[in-house]
Design a protein around this ligand. Structure first.
Ligand code: CUA
Length: 340
């Protein structure tokens, strides 16, 4: 095999492998692995666009190569509309893109306008407020005592429509959970409504999809779609006030929390901590991640986050709590972890 053939085979192999990697990957946030009817329609539209783009590319490439081979020896040929071949190419070059782009435009508009579940009353209305750089999530309820606020994690019942009412507390963000739904902006002073029905149980990663400052990339969320019974259990546990610490270390953590700077920014329902700047931490121990998907929620990561938030997520509102020693940090992290 010549060196050139080897290089060509390698290039083709790499392209195929990366293509298969995209299709077969189990990684979160895969537009091609829809878990709702809306996402399936979006994925179909994406495939159609890819197919048409490939078709157009191949046609144009064949014409260019054919023209280059045929006219290799001659001077450049002027376009002559009286010749049928030239006429075909010129007219085709106008008609073909007009037809392809108009078709895609119409299918795109129909897909965007499709709103499954709009006709059904939502099982739950959830207010989602974007902040630099986290998601405030409030489960609405006509009974005030049943309303609760959490952060960066949205639980929904499988197969039932939920309505997300999106707004922002500061700059424009964009809500995007590709497996479930297309993007929709969160705009300060305005609300947008997104109806969402998860067809399959699972955990779906979402990501802010509008550049919103230094930590835009660290503004993730998780949608947990679960069977009705599990969902109701989760809602009941979230409605409850925070549990009291049951060991001395967590009790020390609680004292430090409510008497120190934590309480100025965070709420833990059932304690004197009622700050409204950062996420509500009433059930922080039950969440999957810390700092909007930045770190897995473990005791060690919590300690690191409290001590050193500014080196983990520079620019975030959470200050690095450098005044605490090792035991105090462990106590605070133990307390926050215990808030299940
Ligand atoms: Cu919020 Cu990007």
């Amino acid at each position: 095999m010549s060196r050139r053939r080897r290089a060509e085979s390698l290039a083709v192999g790499l392209v195929l492998m990366s293509g298969l990697g995209v299709l077969g990957c189990e990684s979160p946030m895969n537009v091609f692995a829809p878990a709702s009817e809306m996402a399936a329609r979006t994925a179909n539209l994406t495939w159609l666009m890819v197919a048409l783009a490939v078709l157009v590319f191949v046609i144009v490439a064949v014409i260019i190569v054919a023209a280059a081979l045929r006219h290799r020896a001659r001077d450049p040929v002027a376009v002559d509309l009286s010749r049928p071949g030239h006429r075909f190419l010129v007219v085709g070059g106008i008609v073909f893109p007009v037809v392809v782009l108009t078709t895609l435009f119409i299918i795109g508009m129909v897909t965007m306008g499709f709103a499954p579940g709009r006709s059904r009353a939502p099982a739950q209305v959830i207010s989602v407020t974007g902040h630099q750089w986290w998601w405030e999530v409030t489960y609405d309820d006509s009974a005030l005592q049943h309303r609760f606020t959490t952060a960066n994690e949205i639980h929904v019942p499988v197969g039932e429509p939920v309505r997300l009412v999106l707004t922002s507390g500061d700059v424009i963000h964009s809500f995007w959970v590709p497996e479930l739904q297309g993007k929709l902006d969160l705009i300060p002073g305005d609300t947008n409504v997104l109806d969402l029905t998860a067809a399959r149980a699972g955990m779906y990663r979402g990501q802010c999809a509008e550049f919103c400052g230094q930590q835009h990339a660290h503004m993730a969320l998780t949608v947990v779609a679960e069977p009705r019974a599990d969902y109701e259990q989760w809602v009941a546990s979230q409605r409850a006030p925070a549990r009291e610490p049951d060991d001395s270390l967590a009790r020390l953590g609680q004292q430090l929390f409510v008497a120190g700077p934590c309480a100025l920014c965070h709420t833990v329902r059932g304690t004197p901590a009622l700050g409204g700047v950062g996420p509500d931490l009433t059930h922080m121990g039950s969440r999957l991640t810390i700092a909007a998907g930045t770190l897995p929620n473990t005791l060690g990561n919590l300690e690191g986050w409290i001590a050193n938030a500014q080196s983990i997520k520079p620019g975030a509102s959470m200050p690095s709590m450098t005044m605490y020693g090792g035991r105090e940090l462990r106590a605070l992290a133990t307390y926050v972890s215990s808030l299940r």
